[in-house]
Design a protein around this ligand. Structure first.
Ligand code: ADP
Ligand code: XUL
Length: 513
């Protein structure tokens, strides 16, 4: 049976998942491994995957860290007991919105990668910018305003691209780079997202984007799934020639380049277009048609669901992206997710067990306390001036603070997802914090929905592996997605975490606050 490899190059870590899939009944995960950037590659100097900055609005990461991580992970795979001769196709998911800038020699460098030398030692010469602005960056508000005005207003931008001009999206980031570093922009030949950058490393040539990730740039027309010329023209001169092509999700774009085949004795597997982590998670948690919603409690907290037709968020904080199934997805993303929980946990000297116990002891509704943990500028709702906001009486015990925090996060996610217009009675939860049943109980109580936990660590990488399999086994899309993902994207526990009706009623009241 063939193997399919899916990566997830996220903010804090790189994950690889290999599945066995032959479109029949025999299927399963045969390998999974993660590396945390700060721990495995400390010489890049990142904290939680991001380079420390004085300005809280700026968030950048070193692309060479992702390059090196791919090399380390392939070495791990090659050293595993897997029969990699069966590897038929590879795809990946990556944190969305981050942009990588390459110079004119990059095409030649990618083509000629030398298998006897580490990848990062060769790819450095292909970059026209040492750092990549990532999704946590909120430094482009002025450029968002310029672009929105030039295309005819935020509604116009929203109607065409699925999002109003958004600080972390690649378009405004590209405008900032063009305006503040014109010479470096001039020296840039190709601008990738993290997804297409990683795919290029595998294929040994500049890889295209898929519509799901391209819709996180404020540059693509959602309806046509092509670049939208008015946005391109108003973002930066000569941008059209610097962007990759857009090809349908789950399509093969090349074969594994000589570098990987010689260095790790891998077969000439198909390289399949990569996508964003959220679109891949959609598939990885089994949300292939409307009706169920997903929550990913990773570095960011995101709430998402499939949509047949794009319904945009007129209030401006939600997004519509393409979905790997060819439909659409709605998404709300809160930046102060796991890192905020981590921070409150540490401030009270708790480990995760202690944090969970605090949630258990604390009173539902926290006696009217709400904590909105905007330690960093927040994406949803849009808050450019960071700072924690508190409502209700001051906390007396650590558990008051912990409950007020998690409740505040979950209520905010629900409130700012109402625009999707879907009432969920079932939520699939994933991401690092989904391993915590007490956090999921708060989610169930706030939303009133049954919460099913999915394999916490691997949903995006699994979704990517499923896209790789789809490209190889069923490129025409004859098999329904439900059937294609069944057996993989299944809840970990047979029974869900159920909402408590009394607490749900309490949160309905608190939501008004
Ligand atoms: P990403 O993919 O965005 O890098 P992950 O989905 O891997 O992030 O989630 C990582 C986060 O999971 C960590 O920042 C940590 O705060 C959180 N986490 C890990 N274990 C627990 C736990 N038991 N309870 C709550 N949060 C947890
Ligand atoms: C979504 C978003 C984040 C990143 C990081 O819009 O910014 O979820 O994809 O994982």
């Amino acid at each position: 049976m063939p193997f399919y490899l899916g990566f997830d190059c996220s903010t804090q870590s790189l994950t690889a998942v290999v599945i066995a899939h032959d479109a029949g009944r025999e299927r399963g995960i045969v390998f999974a491994s993660s590396l945390v950037f700060d721990e495995t590659l400390p010489h890049h100097g990142t904290r939680s995957g991001v380079l420390p900055q004085d300005d809280p609005a700026v968030a950048v990461s070193p692309p060479l860290m992702w390059v090196e991580a791919l090399d380390v992970m392939m070495e791990r795979l090659a050293g595993s007991r897997l029969d990699l001769g069966r590897l038929a196709a590879i795809s990946g998911a990556a944190q969305q919105h981050g942009s990588v800038y390459l110079n004119r020699s990059s095409a030649g460098i990618l083509r000629e990668l030398d298998a006897s030398r580490p990848l990062a030692s060769q790819v450095g010469a292909a970059l026209s910018r040492e750092v990549a602005p990532i999704w946590m960056d909120s430094s482009t508000a002025a450029y968002c305003a310029e672009i929105a005005e030039a295309v005819g207003g935020d509604d116009e931008m929203l109607g065409h691209t699925g999002s109003r001009a958004t600080e972390r999206f690649a378009g405004p980031q590209i405008r900032k780079f063009f305006r503040e570093s014109p010479a470096a922009y001039e020296a840039t030949a190709v601008i990738h997202l993290v997804s297409s950058f990683c795919a290029s490393l595998l294929a040994g040539r500049h890889a295209p984007l898929d519509p799901c990730d391209a819709s996180g740039m404020n540059l693509m027309d959602l309806e046509t799934r092509r670049w939208w010329p008015p946005a391109l023209d108003r973002t930066a001169p000569g941008l059209a020639s610097r962007l990759p092509a857009i090809v349908p999700s789950c399509t093969a774009i090349g074969t594994l380049s000589r570098y990987w085949r010689e260095r790790y004795r891998l077969p000439p597997a198909k390289v399949v277009v990569w996508s964003g982590d959220n679109p891949c998670s959609l598939v990885g948690v089994g949300l292939v048609r409307e009706g169920i919603l997903g929550v990913s409690l990773g570095t960011s907290d995101t709430f998402f669901g499939p949509m047949r037709e794009p319904r945009v968020d007129r209030s401006g904080s939600g997004h519509v992206f393409g979905a790997p199934t060819g439909d659409f997805m709605g998404l709300t993303c809160a930046r102060n997710g796991s890192l905020a929980r981590d921070r409150v946990r540490r401030e009270h000297g708790l480990d995760w067990d202690g944090f969970s116990r605090a949630l258990e002891i604390g009173v539902g509704g926290s006696k009217g306390r709400i904590l909105l943990p905007w330690y960093e500028p927040e994406t949803t709702p849009r808050v450019l001036t960071p700072g924690v906001r508190r409502f209700g009486p001051p906390a007396e015990q650590p558990e008051d603070e912990v409950r007020a925090l998690v409740e505040g996060q979950m209520m905010s996610l629900m409130l700012h997802s109402q625009w999707m217009g879907v009432s969920a009675d079932r939520i699939h939860a994933t991401g690092g914090a989904a391993s915590n049943p007490q956090i999921l109980q708060v989610l169930a109580d706030v939303s009133g929905a049954e919460v099913y936990r999915l394999d916490a660590a691997h949903s995006a990488a699994l979704g990517a592996a499923l896209c790789a399999a789809r490209a190889d086994l069923d490129p025409e899309g004859r098999i329904g997605w439900d059937e294609f993902v069944s057996g993989f994207a299944e809840p970990v526990d047979a029974s869900p975490i159920r909402p408590d009706p009394a607490r749900h009623a309490l949160y309905e009241e608190l939501l008004k606050v």
